[in-house]
Design a protein around this ligand. Sequence first.
Ligand SMILES: NC(=O)c1ccc[n+]([C@@H]2O[C@H](COP(=O)([O-])OP(=O)(O)OC[C@H]3O[C@@H](n4cnc5c(N)ncnc54)[C@H](O)[C@@H]3O)[C@@H](O)[C@H]2O)c1
Length: 392
Amino acid sequence: MKFPDLQIGIIGSGGRGTLLGQLAHRPGRGSRVVACSDVHPATLERNRAEYGAGLFTTTDYHELLRRDLDAVIVATPDFMHEEHAVAVLAAGRTLFLEKPMALTIAGCDRILRAAARTRARLYVGHNMRHMPFVRKMKQLIDAGTIGEVKACWVRHFVGHGGDFYFRDWHAERRYTTSLLLQKAAHDLDIIHWFCGGYSRQVSALGGLTLYGDLPGRMPARRGPRRLAAGAMQLDLFPPTRARGLNHRIDVEDLSSVQMRLGNGVYATYAQCMYTPDYWRNYTVIGTEGRLENFGNGEPGTLVRLWNRRSGYDPRGQKTYRIPVGRGTHGGADPKIMDEFLRFARHGGHTDVSPLAARESVATGCQATASLRAGGVPLPVPPPSAALRRYFA
Ligand SMILES: NC(=O)c1ccc[n+]([C@@H]2O[C@H](COP(=O)([O-])OP(=O)(O)OC[C@H]3O[C@@H](n4cnc5c(N)ncnc54)[C@H](O)[C@@H]3O)[C@@H](O)[C@H]2O)c1
């Protein structure tokens, strides 16, 4: 059955919003980007070239929300998510909200309450749940391949930290809370997904160990800085040579967090913002074996299973080759947009979950508070019973 195209608006239509817009713009094939809002007029001009001269553009997102739209993508920086998300939901529109859901636990709960109150559909863009290596590990875990999951250890090597995270708004806690939230929100969500529960206690350590001492800062400015397109320094290493750093840097560049989940699983996440290589390594240990990934979707990505006793054995007992997905983030981005557009039209189950998105923020926020208090163990408060019931 052929449906008319869903009418899609975007708030924050440059940066990540460019890619999401390209994926959502399928004129005659189910969905069409018809309205864009951004603070930068130059972005809106580019949007008109991308989506056609008939595109409605505005620097005031309230005007966008007065249009007759079926769904709105919010891809603004983290510190605007709460305001934009609540406004979209209050207008009764289906919402695609980029991760992390918000900067605070209270902010997430306000978004969840707005969705429950208006019954508007809420979808949070945790695209890692659609990465082929993640899905393979999840499938093996759910099939009982390693028995009952007891532990998950994640090492996150953020090779391009100096490019992305210390040259613009990401470097300031007032705009991100921390990189333990901003960057790790993905991994905290996947840890919860693999382990079948949510963190209820955290303890974290870390600090600003490299970027804080570097020269090469940009002049001070009042508002958030945005990294210009094409300003990456991909051939730059070591990162001590980085230039064009944000004038203020008060987020940590090295951190690790211990988590105890409500179901008794223990997890660890460690992040470094200045490794030469960029990738994530997950180890999941169960009562009958362990899984580990090598690569994140590039050609040659593997998931390996160990389920017999041995000494050091780099290959394990079984190797699963992960096919290369088509599209960005290992093919996850086209898949998450397919799922969102289906959800916008028909509703129903999705592999991402607003409650889980909130729980990853709650874990990141409490881990940040623990880290800044010298590692004290802190509880992670769950959402209210009413919100849990509504989103279940
Ligand atoms: N899921 C993923 O893999 C992934 C990848 C990259 C970014 N993101 C998320 O996407 C979001 C945007 O990240 P980015 O790197 O594109 O940021 P960015 O700084 O490039 O900003 C994105 C766009 O929002 C616009 N903008 C900024 N403030 C605005 C405002 N007040 N109103 C309207 N528009 C505004 C900017 O001009 C820009 O066009 C972040 O929350 C980030 O976490 C997710």
